[in-house]
Design a protein around this ligand. Sequence first.
Ligand SMILES: [Zn+2]
Length: 296
Amino acid sequence: MEQRFKSLSLFEFMKRYPDNESCLSHLAKLKWSNGYTCPKCQHKKSCAGASPLSKQCTRCRYVESPTAGTLFHKVKFDLQKAFCIMYFVSTNKKGISSTELARKLELGQKTCWKFKMKVMKAMKSSGNYPITGTAEVDETVFGQQEKGVRGRKNVNKKLVVISIEKKGNGVSRLYARVIPHADAASLGGFMKDHIAPSAKITTDQWTGYRPLVKDFENLVQIPSGSKGGNFPEMHRAIMMVKGWLRGMHHHVNYLQDYLNEYCYRFNRSYLKEGIFDNLLLRMVNSPPCFVKNFSD
Ligand SMILES: [Zn+2]
């Protein structure tokens, strides 16, 4: 087997994080890797706090745990199990459902679902690495038209704009965003976050893209061809995401979070062994998120 395509094995993972203490100590190391600063008074000196591996500010006496202020904030089950959820979500090729996580980890399904939602928040694209080469952009509808609800607002359908980066014969990166309308404002906002102004972009002839040539000088519009025949890679990419969503979630609630999860894994498939560490670092560097703030 070729070493460089090796992913982090479950065995290696368990060796690294054999118990809750090793997980907590790893979090502490990541959290204070650039030294300590009190979040309340910005003081730089601390002593050990009462709870394990916590730090107490020597000026204002504020005590901070390694999980405070991160996406692990107030996690109410074993930290090692939280690490396991991240391991499965990041290393399973197609991700993993909360039902299956619950079975594997002897936790409640709801508990797994809530924590997985937090993991998905950490998977949101930073927008720091826009596509600079060859890109295609298209929009598509997710979800089904429900029978008997014609004429009413259909909450089971969502409009999504997708961008792919083409390399060789394949797709090297993928971004997706739920948008309210296929207008220049929504399409352009997404494109500015994920595609460099100089990139070579192809779209179909939809009028929403037309005003965007002023921001993207190399944007060209071509007919989509019968059944999207002029955009075969884009067509396949859309089919893949839709197929995954159908198999995994059966609905379009929290669609943006699921798209983030899909794109995160897709765009980092080259990382293999490093993908768990990347996700862990993001979890530590992301602010806490509470269930009441989950939006669909
Ligand atoms: Zn302080």
